[in-house]
Write a protein that binds this ligand. Structure first.
Ligand code: NI
Length: 233
């Protein structure tokens, strides 16, 4: 991590000497994905396990990673921002009914987002508030079904020890809305705060030997909060 940051600082320093990069700012800090999730019900699980119909959903927990956002300023009002981060990892659990909290599995994702920001002139050159609208692409990877889920499916005689149980999540493309503020401390340094509401919807499938046995539509729709240090070139 130390080496990464040193390389990053050197790279940013080198780039800032090039005039074409004068409109660039880089924000580095903590970025949190807090799902405001809801899902369709686990109808197959409910029927196999004898749970009330419509009682059982899935939930996705929060995760914080190292965020890197890059701003390109076109003029005093318009900036394009690319939001990137180290991969987020989330646990997926059952929500509701007698199996509330059951560990379904986990997944990682990368949510690159490109945002067009409108910056307001409030008459104070140190405080730069903005709103934005953009497009998100979320790529899920390394999804896996938990041992608890595998054991539960075996105990319900849905699977045997020889079956291969897995979890798969489809990629998502959706709208992002953003609001935030940049605070200027010196010519180069400042603080960056942004909150984005991102529409992330996926279809999750629990598969047995590659065949889906339970499909569930999950609305993750997170608030993505970034607090970082800002370096303007
Ligand atoms: Ni949604």
């Amino acid at each position: 991590m130390k080496t990464t940051i040193r390389v990053l600082v050197l790279a940013v320093g080198a780039l800032s000497a090039v005039p074409a990069f004068a409109n660039l700012s880089v924000n580095v800090g903590a970025i949190t994905v807090a799902p405001n999730d809801s899902s369709s019900t686990l109808n197959v699980v409910e029927s196999v396990a004898g749970l009330p119909a419509g009682s059982t959903q899935v939930a996705v927990n929060n995760n914080t990673q190292l965020g890197l956002t890059i701003d390109y300023k076109f003029n005093n009002n318009w900036t394009a921002e690319l939001i990137a981060a180290t991969p987020f990892s989330h646990d997926v659990n059952v929500k509701g009914s007698a199996i509330d909290g059951l560990d379904v599995g986990s997944t990682k994702h990368l949510p690159p987002t490109l945002v067009a920001q409108y910056h307001f002139d409030i008459g104070n050159s140190n405080i730069d508030p903005f709103v934005g609208v953009g497009l998100n692409y979320t790529k899920f990877f390394d999804a896996s079904a938990s041992d608890t889920l595998k054991a539960t499916l075996r105990s319900l005689n849905v699977t045997t020890a020889n079956d291969d149980v897995d979890l798969e999540l489809d990629d998502s493309v959706g709208l992002a809305l953003q609001a935030g503020v940049n605070y200027k401390i010196s010519d180069n340094w400042g603080a960056h705060f942004a909150v984005s509401k991102i529409d992330i919807d996926t279809e999750a499938n629990v598969t047995v030997n590659g065949n889906s046995i339970q499909k569930v539509d999950v609305q993750i729709d997170p608030m993505v909060v970034m607090v970082g240090v800002r370096f303007s070139m």
